[in-house]
Design a protein around this ligand. Sequence first.
Ligand code: SF4
Length: 334
Amino acid sequence: MLKDQEAACHIYGPVPSRRLGFSLGVDILPYKTCSFDCVYCQLGRTGRKSGRRGRYFSSRDILRQIKGAIDKNPRINHITFSGSGEPTLHTEIGSLIRKIKKMTDIPVVVLTNSSLLTRPPVRRALMAADIVVPSLDAATAASFRRVNRPLPSVRVEDVISALSVFRREFKGRIWLEVMLVKGLNDSPADIKALKKAVARIRPDKVQLNTVVRPPAEKWAQPLSRGALNTIKKELGGRTEVVVDFRRRPGSPASPDIRKAILAMAERRPVTLEDIISSLGKKEMEVRPHLETLLRWQRISAQQHGGTIYYTPPQPSPEKRKSPGQEAGRAGKNP
Ligand code: SF4
């Protein structure tokens, strides 16, 4: 365990999520620990590329923080393992899920890049989850390497086999997420291979996503909605394009708006609308605090795809200390 990070904050949100309503994020890894280095990752480039599992943080601390958040927030739709990297790298993820299930009826979701599902103990660890959202961005070796830049030992054929085994073993729902990056994994050959893989894996849903938040590599470009819809049709009935979250009324409030904004932006690039939705505040209440944070240089504004995102001032990934964000697939939001 990383003792110097013992006091780390492991939860964030609830944040508004396109797929999961108000999602309480659970972050159980040091920033940014992952077996991939996806070109679209909203956490930036991977500083700590690893496939080694460990007890990175104390389960007791993580559970205590989750309990505190549940007690404070009456409206949490899902508890989602995601954050600063690949959550299955934590050796205690299975017992954490089981203990959360004893604590609350709120469904537990795990976002994973799928790379560790080739290992039976990792598949067993996820059995108690309600929903697993594994990634499969490409089904050919070349595109997989181009988009995900995995550890050399991770082979896409093994990942696809592991996902189909997991489908047979897991009783909950599987939403397979495919993040498409223009020119990298969206060719007709890519989609044909993907379709074949989906037929083997038989997920409950396939969710198409694209680069909507500032990516690790500035050149990573999104697909248009039209292109996504064409691919959706090619992949067939269980496929959907993940749409933007719309504001829901009655969201949890925070007593300290600036602190809450900073905590959100630490986790992932957020828009004004994200902040408003998450805090359940009006724009006129949020905007002055955002402007103050910009003036104090505690936050920066970046434009991506015509939308402004607020992030912490950009240090190099190695320098960033605090864990987390809902990335997970960080290009990939819950
Ligand atoms: S998007 Fe997810 S899987 Fe890819 S590098 Fe970022 S944290 Fe890792």
